[in-house]
Design a protein around this ligand. Structure first.
Ligand code: APR
Length: 264
């Protein structure tokens, strides 16, 4: 057998993924780092200089809705300039492949940047909402009809809906929790997993850790992709140390090779 050009761990991960019938993904800020989006913690965090208390909390919004909408306008403009990177695109390819094989694929993300959607992923559960959506202040987090924000610069600050109601970004702020309906859906998806790929998350949120634990309880293998150890590394059967934008495209190519060499 000719020497694999890939490190053994990558080939091993590809073999595990190729056998998975019910593949689950959990992604965090790290997968969007190469697209220029900020990360909060871990390897070389960049969110640190964002005044999160003031602009990314409900309390900050109540104190200063104009300031929060100005900041959100700036952040969304930056988000629109970002483009999906090879990691996002490779995961969208993997989803297409699983669909063609009639297998079960679901991506759960902590990101609000829509880069998975823009890369072509469709089976997505957003745990922390979506920065491109907004809902009337005071409505519940699982409000069924959030409105899509116009591309920045916003026509009015603070943003209001057509009835004049004050709007707030449809994201989970640092002083808010994930809606119960979303938590339940995410836990159910993890309980069905036979393989979980964890990409670019520090595992600092309780829910991220709970989701990985739930997958493990269901007997799923856990594979982590991260340049640095995270709080999820101890739960991972395999840790691929490195950047998602470098590792995932190679991994997906290897999975395709595996599937070709062992059809059925
Ligand atoms: N490829 C893969 N992982 C990377 C890369 C990269 N190129 N660059 C950095 N990372 C890793 C970091 O090592 C870190 O472990 O991405 C992770 C980013 O961790 P966080 O910044 O904590 O982001 P995340 O885990 O998504 O945070 C979860 O916490 O602050 C809240 O709501 C916020 O959604 C966020 C949640």
């Amino acid at each position: 057998m000719e020497a694999s050009p890939y490190p053994e761990k990558l080939s091993q991960a590809a073999r595990l993924i190729a056998q998975a019938e019910r593949l689950r993904l959990l992604t965090g800020a790290g997968i969007s780092r190469a697209s220029g989006m900020p990360t909060f913690r871990g390897h070389d965090p960049t969110w640190a200089d964002y005044p999160r208390r003031r602009f990314a909390t409900y309390r900050g919004f109540r104190d200063d809705p104009v300031g929060v909408w100005l900041w959100h306008n700036w952040r969304l403009a930056a988000n629109l300039r970002a483009t999906p990177n090879p990691a996002h695109r490779a995961l969208a390819e993997l989803e297409d492949l699983w669909e063609r094989l009639g297998r079960d694929f679901q991506l759960i993300t902590q990101n609000v940047d829509e880069l998975h959607q823009r890369a072509g992923s469709r089976r997505i559960l957003e745990l922390h909402g979506n920065a491109f959506l907004a809902r009337p202040d005071g409505t519940p987090q699982d409000f069924p009809e959030p409105v899509r924000l116009p591309p920045p610069p916003f026509p009015q600050i603070p943003m209001r809906d057509e009835r004049g109601r004050l709007l707030r970004p449809h994201v989970v702020w640092f002083d808010e929790g994930v809606p119960e309906s979303i938590r339940r859906r995410a836990l159910t998806l993890m309980a069905e997993a036979d393989l979980l790929l964890v990409v670019g998350t520090s595992g600092e949120t309780v829910l991220a850790r709970r989701l990985v634990e739930r997958a493990r309880e269901a007997g799923a293998e856990v594979i982590e992709i991260n340049p640095a150890p995270s709080r999820l590394t101890p739960q991972s059967a395999l840790s691929l140390t490195g950047r998602a934008e470098e590792i995932i495209p190679k991994l997906v190519s290897l999975v395709k090779l595996e599937l070709r060499s062992s059809p059925g």
